[in-house]
Design a protein around this ligand. Structure first.
Ligand SMILES: Cc1ncc(COP(=O)(O)OP(=O)(O)O)c(N)n1
Ligand SMILES: Cc1nc(C(=O)O)sc1CCOP(=O)(O)O
Length: 351
């Protein structure tokens, strides 16, 4: 409660978690069981999850690490933390953050922040490391892209890419979800050639091998894609990499891989795809930007249109990716011009 009062206004959490530092008489579905261990090497690692199967999650805490198991996913974190990290964890859960994100924030929590009247953790140096990522991290950072990627339409065909290039759009993504290999290969080639002709930056969603083959500017991948994509091959080929994130834990994963930009979503509700996570909203987005703005170029995505673009840009992101604001526009040239104008106005305000 003491820490929570310093974290500002947040909607009530959708889930009331119960933190159990000692074993409860009966385990309930929203319980997070906390186990203290000397090291992580014990075979306890294998037995604990089934023993506590009725709980929502288990945190195994050692001096240097905390491993959170939640819904079949393991989140291993390492880093310094304050003595009151557990109280901070409870406070961030109370602000509505899911356990992996609340645990990241709890690591980064420092009491002096509160005394300085700036309680929210935004100092990247205090944030923990996600363990187990080194094998997928390329030996060098991905090629850089501009800090301000500007208006960033995400479209499903080369024809759409060409239409937008004719209207002066300079950053785009081809996100073709339903095409078969041969058609897809031809679409990607055509879109890459058109983008090159217009000196534009075209990212290819998911299909990183075809993107390399076609010589695309970059690739966009989601967190699940990280299990299968060969990031070193993408980096060696000189392509840029954009990575999706949906909260603090995923941001740390993404940052460790040194991508060219990080996407923050979904800012607002979207009907373009079914999202497993709740919309972030502008307040969270602003906190994310404060943390990451000096680390990597940022792109906001999800439910962004003309009506909200100025508010989104006011958080400090350098780009906004949009689907429906473009594909469902009744007057495409006007929609592009209006959206582009918001970027110009925002740059004026920042300068
Ligand atoms: C700019 C940008 N941000 C996020 C996404 C979403 O990517 P991903 O998580 O891989 O989901 P799908 O696009 O594959 O549904 C994106 N495509 N672009
Ligand atoms: C493709 C995609 N990825 C998202 C994410 O949050 O990762 S949101 C999204 C769809 C964005 O579409 P619209 O602009 O129509 O809301």
């Amino acid at each position: 409660m003491r820490i929570r009062t310093h974290l500002g206004q947040w909607p009530s959490p959708a889930i009331r978690w119960r933190l159990c530092s000692t074993l409860p008489q009966s385990i309930e579905a929203n319980d997070l069981i906390i186990l203290h261990r000397d090291t992580l090497t014990e075979d306890a690692d294998q037995h604990e999850p089934s023993q506590f199967a009725a709980a929502a999650g288990v945190l195994t805490v050692t001096a240097e690490t905390i491993t959170l198991r939640l819904g079949g996913t393991v989140h291993p974190l390492a880093g310094e933390r304050s003595d009151d990290w557990l109280a901070a964890f409870a406070a961030f859960l109370e602000c509505g953050f899911m356990p992996p994100d609340a645990l990241v924030l709890a690591h980064a929590w420092r009491e002096p922040h509160r005394l300085e009247g700036n309680a929210w953790p935004i100092d990247y140096a205090n944030f923990p490391r996600v363990l187990g990522l080194d094998a997928m991290r390329p030996s060098v950072p991905f090629a850089a892209c501009p800090w301000q990627l500007g208006l960033y339409p995400v479209v499903a065909s080369a024809a759409w890419v060409e239409r937008l290039l004719e209207l002066g759009v300079k950053t785009l993504q081809l996100r073709a979800k339903t095409l078969e290999h041969a058609t897809l290969q031809a679409e990607i080639k055509r879109a890459v050639q058109a983008a090159r002709h217009h000196h534009a930056q075209l990212f290819i969603n998911d299909h990183w091998q075809l993107a390399i083959e076609a010589g695309a500017y970059g690739v966009h991948l989601g967190q699940e894609d990280l299990q299968t994509a060969q990031l070193q091959t993408i980096a060696n080929a000189g392509l840029r990499l954009g990575l999706s994130t949906h909260g603090y834990y995923e941001m740390l994963v993404a940052c460790h891989l040194r991508p060219s930009y990080i996407a923050l979503g979904a800012v607002f509700a979207t009907t373009t795809k079914s999202m497993p996570t709740a919309p972030q909203g502008l307040t969270r987005l602003a906190h994310y930007v404060q943390l990451l703005k000096k680390q990597v170029p940022l792109v906001a995505i999800g439910g962004i249109d003309q009506a909200v673009l100025a508010d989104v840009l006011a958080t400090g992101v350098g780009s906004a990716a949009v689907v429906r604001a473009i594909t469902e526009a009744s007057d495409l040239p006007k929609a592009v011009a209006t959206l582009q104008h918001a970027f110009v106005r925002n740059l004026d305000l920042v300068e």
